[in-house]
Design a protein around this ligand. Structure first.
Ligand code: PHB
Length: 396
């Protein structure tokens, strides 16, 4: 950045904005019918690349279904690959809101990276819709009127998985994960759910994100005297973990469960190693509703692959944006109208319709799924209409 640009302070920008407002040109973009710039920050490389791709594809599919316009505005999507790298997150967000002048933010997958987006939204009042990252702070202590989630909190699916195990009478379980916000928060949910049923997590085994040297952790399991293992992994790492778990001869001895991301979008690659695994998630295969069937057919037509939870979350992020923009007549800076409309919306999701909790996280069923023949078949509901507790959320 050259020094003259760097010297434009927040105060300076506010002054310029006030000057424009005084001349009645506050919203030149709207006046000229310029497209709405949506900054879409997702991983398009690395272990979560397939997740980011499905989110983006389904988001774009919804926009296309609406003729390329939301809330009366043509939509221009600016994609940015965040590589699931927390170290470059702030710089990447600054690029979107600075150079690219994004008016709305959509992102991301990784719970560490998403905090840079949350901070930008809180500081600048730019609406943010989170289409995956479950970092609980985003809808608890750091909740904000302009931050919305179309996905889940890390607590939700893991809590349901633990609850399910507890109901089955499991008393001792281990928790395995990558050692970062998502894995640790999911671990808390799993522990809490299991405890409800009278069981406990007796050991946590972790390795740094996105490492896949699972062998030293797997080698410890037989000595722990546990009846089940819960886990949090996703994407490429999940493929490898499930395969190695089975190859180590553990699959039949100690049933593996957890947040359903472990088998989501990766079943083909996991093959027989995943067969029979039971997990909990807010989506699954075989939800036989006209809404879901139409969505799946359209997604397959567009992407030439099957939809999964990530596609659903991307699609619903676009639906949330549409609801806000409708209420704000296409102007995302009309904060009150935008927020009011999203809070009142009932999102017609392929997973089943949902509303947002007071802290802006979906209230939704956690399905019990079983992996069979390459599908995560829904076989029940592990927790109905589950809301994140939203602890510590005070909307300013
Ligand atoms: C997260 O980092 O919050 C995360 C990543 C991948 C998932 C789920 C959650 O599948």
């Amino acid at each position: 950045m050259d020094s003259s640009a760097a010297r434009v302070t927040r105060r300076g920008l506010a002054g310029i904005a006030a000057g424009i407002a005084a001349t009645g040109l506050a919203r030149p973009a709207l006046a000229q019918g310029a497209p709405l710039r949506v900054g879409m920050m997702l991983p398009f490389s690395g272990t979560f690349a397939a997740l980011g791709e499905n989110i983006a594809t389904a988001f774009e599919m919804y926009v296309a279904e609406k003729g390329g316009r939301l809330g009366g505005r043509a939509v221009q999507i600016i994609r940015l690959d965040d590589e699931s790298n927390p170290a470059t997150a702030v710089q990447n967000v600054n690029r979107l809101v600075g150079r690219d002048r994004a008016e709305v933010l959509v992102g991301t997958v990784h719970s560490g990276v998403v905090m840079a987006l949350v901070q930008a939204s809180r500081e600048r009042g730019i609406p943010l819709i989170i289409p995956n990252a479950g970092n609980v702070a985003a809808t608890r202590d750091l909740c904000s009127p302009t931050v919305f989630r179309s996905s889940f909190s890390n607590w939700q699916p893991a809590y349901a998985a633990g609850l399910q195990l507890g109901r089955q009478g499991v008393k001792r379980a281990a928790w395995m994960t990558w050692d970062y916000a998502a894995g640790n928060e999911a671990g808390e949910g799993f522990r809490e759910g299991l405890r409800q049923g009278g069981g406990e997590v007796v050991r946590e085994l972790k390795l740094p994100f996105p490492e896949t040297n699972f062998q030293p952790l797997l080698a410890q399991l037989p000595g722990l005297n546990v009846e089940a293992v819960g886990c949090f992994y996703a994407g490429g790492g999940a493929v490898q973990f499930v395969r190695e778990y089975a190859a180590a001869g553990l699959k039949e001895r100690i049933p593996l469960t957890g947040s359903g991301f472990i088998t989501e979008g990766v079943l083909q690659a996991q093959g027989a190693a995943a067969e029979g695994m039971r997990t909990a998630l807010h989506y699954g295969d075989g939800i036989d509703t006209p809404r879901n069937n139409a969505f799946r057919q359209a997604f397959r037509g567009r992407a030439n692959r099957d939809a999964d939870v990530y596609a659903v979350q991307g699609y619903d992020a676009a639906q949330i944006l549409a609801a806000g923009l409708e209420g704000a007549r296409g102007d995302p800076t009309a904060e009150q109208a935008f927020v009011r409309a999203v809070r009142a919306a009932r999102i017609d999701s392929p997973r089943g319709a949902f509303t947002l909790s007071p802290s802006h996280n979906p209230v939704q069923n956690m399905y019990l799924r079983e992996a069979r023949g390459g599908e995560n078949r829904v076989i029940g509901i592990a927790a109905e209409a589950l809301a994140d507790p939203g602890t510590g959320c005070r909307m300013s």
